[in-house]
Every structure is written in structure tokens, then in C-alpha cells.
Write a new protein. Sequence first.
Length: 201
Amino acid sequence: MKGRKSKEERMDKIVIPGDKVGITEELEPLENVYTHRGNLFSSTIGTIDIDVENKRISVRGLTEVNIPRKDMRVYAQIVHVDQKYAVCKIIRDDKRKLKRTFTAFLLISDVSSKHIPDMFYAVRQNDIIYARVLSNKMPPFSISTRGKLFGVVLAYCQNCAVYMKKKKGNEVQCPICKTIEKRKLSINYGKVPVDIILRKN
């Protein structure tokens, strides 16, 4: 553990039953944590809570954590793009920011009902997308931007580090360098302010 910024630290990583979460020499097990031969293991699916001051550890079950569910509509930020898929982090649903971010994959086959020759025609790094969660499986989740409502709501210019303006069709343009690029756009492109999407609550 690094530093003591607060009495309690919450780890982003989701653990499953049997995952090692610590050792008895350093932490006292509490809820949903059991010991075996000096090691501490999770007894449920959830996130780790560590009471730094009292050196105690517990696991919060996912029933207590707001996590993406099948058919949930979410906002996600693109963190990596390859030819056939994009890696995203889900940051909020329609109503509020999630308590933590969740990794998701957007496959090229789930982008649109129309043919997309390359993922770079649909999304770019740091874009904000509006998507639908496809399953209840644990992270990484699968998401889709099929349908007019879903797709990029804010496109990011890689050269100027600003959000781009819609031009025509599926084209967006940087207001500074005037670069024109294609995206799989939501019909609500540009209508949701970035601070609303990224705000804390």
C-alpha cells in the first residue's frame, strides 16, 4: 500500500472467489475475506476495501456496487483503437457517474449495421461514446453503438487536444487545425456537454 491519504482505500480491481487479496501478517480479514496458510482470499465477487489505519481488509460484494448491466445505456471514453476493436472505459450511465470505471470492448461488428472497413472510421482515442451494454458478464464488458441514438457524442482531435464540431453526415472537423475525420456519430452528437459526462455525480 502506498501512502495514507485516507483511513480507507478502495481498489478498482474486481476480485472473484479464491483471489488472493493479502497476507495475515499485514491485514486483518473482515467481511467476505477468509484466511488459508497465512494468505487472505476473497470469498465473493466484489471490490477490495482496505482500512489503512486499522490494517483491516474486506471485499464489498458487487450487489453493493453500481456496475453495468445488460441493456444499460452508458457513456464511455475510448482509450485504445485497433483496426477491428476499441478499448473503452465506462464512466457513467444516463443518470450518474459510476463509482468506478469499467473496461469494455467495442468490436467492429458491434459498431453499426452498416459496413465499417476500419475501426478508425468509427472512433478515435479520447472520443466519448454513448453505447449499450451487451451482457452481464464481468469486466471487460462488451458494448454496442448500433442504432442512431448510439455512437460518438464528442470526437477528439489528436493534433489540437480539443473536441471537434460536426460537419456533415458522419464527418467532424477540428475548429483549430480544420482536420476532417469520419466517426460513427450519435444523433445527439455535441448536445451533451463534456463536463456533464465527466462530472463526479
